[in-house]
Design a protein around this ligand. Structure first.
Ligand SMILES: Cc1cc2nc3c(=O)[nH]c(=O)nc-3n(C[C@H](O)[C@H](O)[C@H](O)COP(=O)(O)OP(=O)(O)OC[C@H]3O[C@@H](n4cnc5c(N)ncnc54)[C@H](O)[C@@H]3O)c2cc1C
Length: 359
């Protein structure tokens, strides 16, 4: 095993890899310059292989399902290593399921597409009528027509997860350097893991593009005990909106998607659309406080699946391109890259999502 590994990028993906490598005995240094638009501190944190399914990529769907199964153990290990006791308190891991609702009969056709796919892939899903949806989630609008409940789609708080990964990494001996890397060949380490999100394309040749995503963070009024109980994804007039509630009264509303290069400015039109759609689904949100408007850059690839594994002569190992699912995929990515770097054996997933597949 190479004992001296540099990880470039300290978002959720780089920090999870660094922690797992250090646990396996490697000497690891993470370089991170905390760029504006870092996706990991903007993300909603849905761990949602079903409701975030990539309908056109069965390999990615299967990787996502495997990733979701790995999360409970990862959350427990992280709570343990970050010297915390309860994963729900400390990284906000909540096994609450996701309710996918249609706001009209026309929107129902959209969610039925998902139902067919879930059934084909053996994903557990329950079909609920509008009344059942409102019984379980009383804050839902009376307009909700029908829903699909995905009991295996959970959530985590990405900001708390990243903070816990940094703490757990430090406890395992990871060194963190708050500096940008401008050239991979200047790093002294024997092996380099390139996990710089959408900026990875500036350090090595790959087709990776920034995809601008805006979310809003709302907070329930003080003393309001009527919270949304689980993640809700709605199709409203053909548009998709999601609401991800935390146990402290925060609700993340998302998300827009545009290709605007490295621009990280929030857009008024996106704020208006997100708020209008969110309030259509849960009218009570008009009483909430608008706390933050955040923009993150998702690392997109031509097939929107990650780029994983060695490139060139093998000194550089890539772990990026996680696009809309990097929080979900961080634990499985960390385990695959750690296995590769510590044993030399290339897991089948690194061949499927080979970082040079578009070369
Ligand atoms: C609006 C939005 C909502 C999302 N919601 C979800 C969700 O619900 N569930 C989910 O699974 N995923 C979600 N995602 C996707 C997820 O956030 C990303 O896939 C994931 O965070 C990517 O993590 P990363 O560590 O690869 O990249 P990032 O978090 O972007 O981190 C990359 C890091 O590399 C650093 N860096 C870059 N260049 C250099 C350099 N040259 N030297 C040193 N450091 C460098 C940056 O400063 C940054 O800290 C969402 C994304 C967005 C934008």
């Amino acid at each position: 095993m190479s004992a001296d590994i540099a990880v470039v990028g300290g978002g959720v993906v780089g920090s999870a890899i660094a922690w797992r490598l250090a646990q396996a005995g490697a000497a690891v240094t993470v370089y991170d310059d905390t760029a504006a638009g870092r996706a990991s501190t903007v993300a909603a944190g849905m761990l949602a292989p079903a409701s975030e399914a990539q309908l056109d990529n069965p390999h990615l769907l299967r990787l996502s399902i495997a990733a979701a199964r790995r999360w409970p153990q990862f959350a427990a290990d992280l709570a343990d290593q970050a010297e915390q006791t309860d994963p729900d308190d400390h990284i906000g891991y909540r096994a609450c399921g996701t309710l996918l609702v249609a706001m009209s009969a026309a929107d129902q056709a959209d969610i039925d597409r998902y139902r067919d796919l879930y059934q084909r892939e053996g994903i557990e899903i329950q079909r609920w009528d509008g009344e059942r949806c409102r019984t379980v989630e009383p804050l839902l609008s009376h307009r909700v027509n029908a829903g699909l409940f995905a009991p295996g789609d959970h959530q985590v708080d990405p900001r708390r997860t990243l903070a816990a990964l940094i703490r757990a990494g430090a406890a395992a001996g990871v060194r963190r350097v708050a500096e940008p890397v401008t050239n991979l060949s200047e790093l002294k380490a024997g092996r380099v893991v390139l996990a710089a999100g959408t900026w990875s394309g500036r350090l090595a040749e790959f087709p990776i593009r920034p995809v601008h995503g805006q979310v809003l963070r709302l907070h329930a009024p003080a003393g309001d005990a009527n919270h949304i109980g689980r993640s809700i994804r709605a199709v409203n007039r053909g548009r998709s909106v999601y609401l991800v509630p935390r146990s402290n009264g925060e609700v993340v509303v998302g998300a827009s998607s545009h290709e605007l290069g490295f621009d990280t400015a929030a857009r008024v039109g996106d704020t208006v659309t997100l708020l209008r759609d969110a309030v259509d689904v849960v009218p009570e949100l008009t009483e909430y406080r608008l706390i933050e408007t955040n923009v993150g850059l998702r690392p997109g690839t031509p097939d929107n699946a990650p780029l994983l594994g060695p490139i060139g002569d093998g000194r550089v190992v890539v772990a990026t391109g996680h696009f809309r699912n990097g929080i979900l995929l961080a634990p499985i990515t960390a385990d695959l890259i750690t296995r590769y770097l510590t044993t030399g054996a290339e897991p089948v997933e690194l061949r499927t999502f080979n970082a040079e597949r578009f070369a």
